[in-house]
Every structure is written in C-alpha cells, then in structure tokens.
Ligand binder design. Structure first.
Ligand SMILES: Cc1cc2nc3c(=O)[nH]c(=O)nc-3n(C[C@H](O)[C@H](O)[C@H](O)COP(=O)(O)O)c2cc1C
Length: 314
C-alpha cells in the first residue's frame, strides 16, 4: 500500500489501482507482451500498458516511420493496431493467463470513436487495472489538432470516456507539446480523470542531408528516449505541484533506476519504461531492482515515501 503498510516496499497505490511495483512498460514499446515475455517475467512488472487500440484495426502511417536521433528515436507509427475486438478476444486473455497487470490504452480520431472503444472495454474486458487514454491523436473534428492540445477537446474526450468507464481508473496521457500543461491537466481532472500519464512524445523532425528529404515519411514525428527525460521530469514536477493528490504515471526517457527515481521524486507514483525496452528488453526489471536497492539503502518502508519528495529549498 502507498501508506507503507504493505509487505512489499515496492507496492504502490494510484487511486483505486494497486501495483506490485512502480515500474510499468509504456504503450507501443512492448506490444501486448508476447515477444517481450521471452525476456521478462510479466508478473514481475508493475503492469503492461498495451499498444493503443482503436475501434477498427489501423494500418498506421507509411514507412519509414522510425529513425534514430542523438539520445532518442523519432517515430510516426500512426497507431498501427489490430483493434479493440482483437485485444478483448486474444491479447487480454493471454496476458491475464500469465498473471500480468494490464492497462489498456485507447485511441481514436473523434470523441465518438474513443467512446466506442471504451464501451467495448466496459462490456468485454474484465480484469483490466486501468485505461490510459492516448489523447495525442489528431482530432478529425478540429482540423487534425491533437485532442491533448486543446482544453475543450481534452475535456470532451475524457468526460465521455469516464462516463463509459465509471468503474475503471482512467488516466489520460498528456502531450508535452503545449504552453501550459497544468491547464490541460486541470481540464482532464475536471472531466473526471482519476490520474494522469505524463508525458507522450515530443514533436521532432530529422532530415537526411544527402537526399534532402525528411527521415520519416510523415515528416514530423514523436521524439522519445533519454533526450526527453528532463522534459518529462519538469512536466511531472509542474503538474504534481499544481495537483499534489493526483496519481501520476511518469514516462519519457526512463532508462535507469536513477531516471525512474527522479520522476518519483518529482511526483510520479509509478513510471513507464518505453524506448529503453528496444535497447535492453529487460530494462524494466533492471530498473525495478535498482529502485529496490535505493529504497533499502535509504532505509525506507515504502517507495511511496519518495513521491514528490524532491527538496526544493535549503
Ligand atoms: C515506437 C513507439 C510507439 C509508440 N506507440 C504509442 C502508442 O500506441 N500509444 C501511446 O500512448 N504512446 C505510444 N508511444 C509513446 C510511449 O508510450 C512513451 O510515452 C514515450 O515514448 C515516452 O517514453 P520513452 O521515452 O521511455 O519511450 C510510442 C512510442 C514509441 C517509441
């Protein structure tokens, strides 16, 4: 428990969601766990945030849709996925059979599409621990502006998803590409969000100077990996200071226990490891071991004592 009474010092509570460890794997970097389960014992993770799912299968964007950059990668995958029905029928039972803690991630191009996915999860997906709402999607009803870049669209999508999923913790995943993250966070919380995931990728672009063409077919992509870690820590700090009681799943460039602990000290109750899974498939478990060692070394009863414990003065 987050109050430190649990037998495991790594157990954390995020509102109604209880996790055995604070280390999750991030959406889109671990699929639905099948390939990675060769390297990672899934129940040892705090949870698996699966690839974002949509109401019908999406093919994603044209290739090339990933490229390496200094200390990171750029991607413009376009949420290629097999759709919510496939998740409910195939991936979820597979994960639950292996005793994984599962967080679903939903996406859509309109509020209605998000709600349809949420409805399918309510009726078909028993056993999920929470739902992450990937609002870093273009909103077809608002000139392709990302939902997460607008107070109104964030409020609309979170409010409608929460209506559909009143019994499941809902964590909208916010974009760092905004002037005031706290304003968007406030809109999500007022619309009924139970917690927040901070942050999705940072807009970026890379050019091949020989061909003079963008390295991604989609020109602009999302930057992830160590390059964005300080941006994510700042975002968590900012939102935690504004809303200290709101559970936060931190993500963005976590590649070591130190990176994860920085996010926890800034105010995250859990972290999700993304790009680091591509470098080292067991990164999440190594990070968990490093957090455990730090908690022991510091003589703490629970990792939760560290949440937001950054010392700002003196
Ligand atoms: C190849 C790739 C695919 C991703 N797909 C999704 C996705 O489907 N849904 C989502 O919410 N985030 C997606 N993300 C973002 C990650 O979940 C994560 O929030 C972000 O990459 C920052 O963490 P990291 O720096 O540890 O990777 C993706 C990231 C990458 C690199």
């Amino acid at each position: 428990m987050a109050d430190g009474t649990s037998s495991s010092p790594l157990a954390v509570t995020l509102g109604a969601m209880e996790l055995q460890t604070p280390v999750l794997v991030a959406s889109g970097t671990f699929g639905a766990g099948r390939e990675a389960s060769v390297f990672v014992d899934l129940p040892k993770l705090g949870g698996v945030i699966v690839k974002s799912m949509t109401i019908v299968p999406w093919r994603g964007k044209p290739t090339p849709r990933m490229c390496e950059t200094p200390s990171g990668i750029l991607n413009a995958i376009g949420i290629q996925n097999k759709g919510v029905d496939h998740f409910v029928a195939e991936d979820l039972p597979w994960l639950l059979k292996r005793k994984a803690t599962v967080i679903a991630s939903i996406a859509g191009n309109t509020v209605d599409e998000f709600v349809k996915v949420a409805d399918k999860l309510r009726t078909g997906a028993r056993g999920i621990a929470a739902v992450e709402v990937n609002i870093s999607c273009p909103n077809l009803e608002d000139r392709n502006n990302m939902f997460a870049h607008s107070v109104e669209a964030t409020s609309a999508v979170v409010g409608e998803v929460k209506k559909a999923l009143s019994r499941v913790p809902v964590f909208p995943k916010l974009s760092p590409n905004v002037t005031s993250l706290s304003t968007i966070a406030e809109a999500a919380l007022n619309a009924g969000a139970d917690g927040l995931s901070l942050v999705n990728t940072v807009f970026g672009m890379a050019i091949d100077v020989r061909s003079r063409r963008p390295k991604l077919a989609g020109t602009i992509g999302g930057l992830s990996g160590p390059a964005i870690h300080p941006i994510a820590v700042r975002a968590i700090h900012e939102v935690h200071r504004a809303f200290p009681h709101v559970p936060i799943i931190g993500q963005g460039g976590v590649a070591s226990a130190d990176d994860a602990l920085q996010m926890i000290l800034a105010g995250a109750s859990a972290v999700a490891v993304g790009t680091a899974n591509f470098v080292q498939p067991r990164a999440s478990l190594e990070i968990t071991d490093g957090i455990r060692a730090y908690v022991e070394e510091q003589g703490l009863a629970s990792v939760s004592e560290l949440v937001g414990a950054v010392k700002l003065e003196g």
